[in-house]
Write a protein that binds this ligand. Structure first.
Ligand code: 5AD
Ligand code: SF4
Length: 488
């Protein structure tokens, strides 16, 4: 384990300055700014990490580019399911061709997939054009690694002597685990009015199918004062909505020197002046406390939405998944939530085709979906992850059965999300306007925004409203989203 030490941010600013000088010289030679492009795969955690990486790159002097024909390409990878890995290899094939035309281009890989030694070995051997690889624990070291890259590579074609072999050294830095949390590095928000806030990193739950604890390490919480200060800073800059992020937010604060509960933190966030909406994810059903449910009733800014992954409705499978709750426990929790906050929207994650899943087990999952009435659900086909206990389980389910169950689950989920949306059709609710709608084929300017319950609404309006909360009548339910009209 790496040890915590103060001054790490200062150390990184030294490398930011060092890289900035090199990048400025290059820009002068080229007569244009150097560009970067980050492609992010996976979950909210990765998107948050990408904002931090973008912050450092902009501080160095890079400018964001929409496409992969940039000077610095960074893939922030995911490995939670096999298809996430395949997508990265697909992108690497494409970007390798771009690099053969522009050898000064820098290609970097980071994130969860890079925490897997076999994948890194494969990339080293078969994708030798990659320039930098780092993991999930040391993303704060981007400038230091880039500086090492500049020091150990021929990175400027105009300076490479004709006929001489270009020096290429792949910079690889992966840490197994760390307790280090580096504060105060720059970050660049994707949208100026909302921010994801890491409250903790890692996961201790070891659900038997999941690779996250192996690639993101053990649970560690940020200090409450650091979280509150970061949110206040964002609010000063115009942020009105925050999403508190952690793999299991309900176990926040347990490992702090002065332990505090997630609800106590949430209460402090709820008091921040100028902030309008607070969201949080993900909640593990085994840790969702009565204290939190009680607070949700009275909270001023906490949205009436909870993401509560069930994974399966079968108590037998839940045990094999190491989830530490039964179907009955889960449904009791849902009852408590609905009693405390009657208009709460509940979303979930569900896995189909876990090893040994019988038709009866699957029916239990459908039963939970019907009973809960999810406003939306992420449904996944089980993916075998080497190194997890479930990868060794017998009775892996055949593809055809899984596909059939997946389609049936989707039908039930769609029916329940449709029913939920229909129940609020016609009423007027506050919407945070997020962006201009891309599908405005009728010549009118359409905007997209989110309700407190996280559902999407499309409506006509001008771009100046982006980042504001406006009242919108939910005129027409279109399944799991609405067409609406702004009300004065
Ligand atoms: N296969 C399929 N889905 C998985 N998830 C995690 N691991 C796997 C896996 N091996 C899903 C879980 C989790 C979500 C983020 O991804 O449903 O809640
Ligand atoms: Fe994976 Fe379970 Fe941790 Fe979620 S709680 S990240 S599913 S191990």
């Amino acid at each position: 384990m790496e040890k915590n030490f103060t001054g790490e941010a200062e150390n990184q600013f030294y490398y930011i300055d060092k890289c900035a000088k090199i990048v400025a010289e290059k820009a002068e030679k080229l007569g244009r700014k150097l560009t970067y492009h980050i492609a992010t795969f996976g979950c909210q955690m990765n998107f948050k990490d990408s904002e931090k990486l973008a912050g450092v790159l902009e501080q160095i002097g890079f400018e964001e580019a929409e496409t992969e024909s940039a000077d610095f390409i960074l893939y922030n990878t995911c490995t939670v399911r096999e298809n996430a890995n395949s997508r990265v290899y697909g992108r690497l094939g494409y970007v390798g061709k771009l690099k053969s035309k522009n050898p000064d281009m820098i290609i970097a890989l980071c994130g969860c997939m890079m925490q897997e030694p076999d994948e890194v070995e494969h990339i080293r051997k078969s994708y030798r054009f990659v320039d930098m690889i780092f993991g999930t624990h040391n993303i704060f070291k981007l400038a230091e690694l880039l500086s090492e890259y500049f020091d150990t590579n021929d990175h400027d074609s105009s300076e490479v002597i004709k006929g001489k072999k270009r020096k290429h050294n792949m910079v690889v830095d992966i840490w197994k685990d760390t307790d280090k949390i580096v504060e105060e590095l720059p970050s660049k928000l994707k949208a100026s009015f909302k921010a994801g806030i890491n409250i903790m990193f890692g996961c201790n739950n070891f659900c038997s199918y999941c690779i996250v604890p192996y690639v993101r390490g053990r649970e560690r919480s940020r200090k409450p004062e650091d979280i509150i200060n970061e949110i206040k800073k964002f609010v000063k800059e115009g942020v009105i909505e925050v999403m508190l992020l952690g793999q299991n937010v309900n176990s926040y604060g347990k490992n702090l020197e002065n332990p505090i509960s997630f609800t106590q933190l949430l209460k402090q966030v709820d008091e921040i002046e100028g902030l309008k909406r607070v969201r949080f994810m993900t909640s593990h059903p085994k840790d969702l406390s009565d204290e939190l449910i009680d607070f949700l009733k009275d909270a001023k800014k906490v949205c009436h939405h909870i993401h509560l992954p069930v994974q399966s409705g079968s108590s037998r499978l839940l045990k094999l998944m190491n989830r530490k709750y039964t179907k009955e426990d889960y449904l009791t929790l849902i009852d408590k939530l609905k009693k405390a906050v009657p208009d709460i929207a509940i979303t979930t994650d569900i896995i189909v085709g876990f090893p040994g899943e019988t038709e009866e087990d699957f029916e239990e999952t459908l039963d939970v979906c019907r009973k809960v009435g999810y406003s939306s659900a992420f449904t996944f086909i089980y993916s075998k992850r080497t190194g997890t206990p479930a990868a060794k389980f017998e009775d892996q389910i055949d593809e055809e059965t899984v596909k059939n169950r997946f389609d049936r689950l989707l039908a039930v989920v769609n029916e329940s999300s449709g029913k939920y949306a229909k129940s609020i059709e016609g009423i007027t609710l506050p919407v945070l306007v997020e962006e201009r709608d891309r599908e405005n084929s009728d010549g009118k300017n359409y905007l997209t925004g989110r309700l407190d319950n996280n559902l999407l609404v499309h409506f006509e309006g001008c771009d100046e409203l982006i980042g504001q909360i406006v009242n919108v009548k939910l005129s027409e339910c279109k399944g799991f989203y609405f067409m609406g009209e702004i009300e004065a």
